[in-house]
Design a protein around this ligand. Structure first.
Ligand code: PMP
Length: 400
């Protein structure tokens, strides 16, 4: 008997899981695998946040809350948007969920009719396409070449929009490429979108605080204020405050959409954990020094991994200006053979070879809709990154 509905069959097990499962098995076997396949900070949650969670429990904040967040959390989110993005929202615009992931899902669930298209510039975070499929939409993948810095151009956006387009998903800083959009680039995309009033914009800004470009981070809503009535700004505490396990994401959305998103959430997960909500308030409104320290640390690691990768013959890397991923191109290794004679047919084969030969786990570009690349997370210690680079140099050099 099959337990899988037609809807469930639309999505495949994540290809990234295959590599991380193999990496974990090798580790359990005692092999010194360096796992750069993971998408989360390697820091602990700051102590003031943990204390705030404990205090909330002691105060009895251990009950159901409003489905999309307590008024106090919504106020903290409003304050964050004001302080860091110069944006002003009302409580009715704010919706909080179990991670930014649930926010994105709620937004799609709220709006997608069968066959509606969601533009996903590739390389994209894999959940965008899978969530779209789950709610009955169609991902419209637009490849953004390395020569364009992995960014969506206004011309490519214009060409991708059809009468069926419902959403454009943007992600700056990007997982997996690490690239960021400038205010001018966002405004140029906004000019195209202004001509297509049915298209909603999802700007996933979860990596906002992990940002090293010369110009300040720019939220889509700040670059394109005229589109506010159809823009959702998604963010969360997971990456900025090393709180991936606490599961708090939030968004600013048009009031009517925020209401539908809340309605959907009320019948799925009720509300995000009351304790995590209290912790998120402290993260957003308490001392921000953790964010600065983490950013400086990621930046040093970025410099280390980029210079290490550039020193390897045949590796082509765009310097990431945000998030904690490098997305080097490996096209020149395609077709080469490993010492045991295996032909490197694609980036999936290369990623597997790198795991076996270098004991470094990454995720193949194919998982993010743009080959021939590998995503390497540098949310890892400097020592591990140095060792990983040495091993990668050896393994890639052995391909003939
Ligand atoms: N967007 C992107 C681009 C991400 O990489 C992630 C986490 N991997 C999320 C959203 C989801 O974050 P959260 O943990 O808040 O659900």
């Amino acid at each position: 008997m099959s337990f899988e509905s037609r809807r469930a069959k639309l999505i495949k097990p994540s290809p990234a899981i295959t590599i991380s499962t193999a990496a974990r098995a090798m580790k359990a076997d005692g092999q010194p695998v360096i796992d750069l396949s993971i998408g989360e900070p390697d820091f602990s949650t700051p102590n003031n946040v943990i204390e705030a969670a404990y205090a909330a429990m002691k105060r009895g904040e251990t009950r159901y809350t409003a489905p999309d967040g307590t008024p106090a959390l919504k106020d903290a989110v409003i304050e964050k948007f004001r302080r860091e993005n110069g944006l002003s929202y009302e409580r009715a615009n704010i919706t909080c969920g179990n991670g930014a992931k649930q926010i994105l899902f709620n937004a799609l669930m709220a709006t997608i009719e069968p066959g509606d298209e969601v533009i996903c510039p590739a390389p994209y975070w894999i959940s965008y396409t899978d969530m779209t499929l789950l709610v009955g939409g169609r991902p419209k993948i637009v490849e953004c070449a390395q020569k364009d810095g992995f960014k969506l151009t206004p011309a490519a956006l214009e060409a991708a929009i059809t009468a069926k387009t419902r959403w454009l998903f943007l992600n700056s800083p990007s997982n997996p490429s690490g690239v960021t959009y400038t205010r001018e680039e966002l405004a140029a995309l906004g000019e195209v979108l202004a001509r297509h009033p049915r298209v909603l914009i999802m700007s996933d800004e979860i990596y906002e605080q992990i940002y090293y470009a010369d110009t300040p981070f720019c939220s889509f809503a700040s670059a394109c204020p005229d589109l506010t009535d159809r823009t959702v700004i998604a963010n969360g505490v997971a990456k900025a405050y090393a709180m991936t396990g606490w599961r708090i994401g939030y968004a600013a959305a048009p009031e009517a959409l925020a209401k539908v998103m809340s309605k959907i959430q009320s019948q799925t997960t009720s509300n995000p954990s009351s304790i995590s909500q209290a912790a998120a308030i402290e993260a957003l409104t308490g001392p921000q020094d953790f964010v600065e320290t983490a950013r400086a640390t990621y930046r040093n690691r970025r410099d280390l991994i980029v210079s290490g990768l550039r020193a390897i013959d045949g590796v082509d890397v765009v310097e990431p200006s945000g998030a904690f991923y490098a997305y080097p191109g490996l096209a020149s290794f395609i077709g080469r053979r490993s010492p045991d004679g295996t032909v490197m047919e694609d980036d999936t084969a290369l990623t597997r070879y790198i795991l076996d030969a270098a004991m470094v786990a990454g995720v193949q570009g194919a998982a993010f809709g743009l080959s021939t690349h590998i995503r390497l997370s540098y949310a890892a210690s400097t020592d591990d990154l140095k060792t990983a680079l040495e091993r990668l140099t050896g393994a890639l050099g052995a391909l003939k």
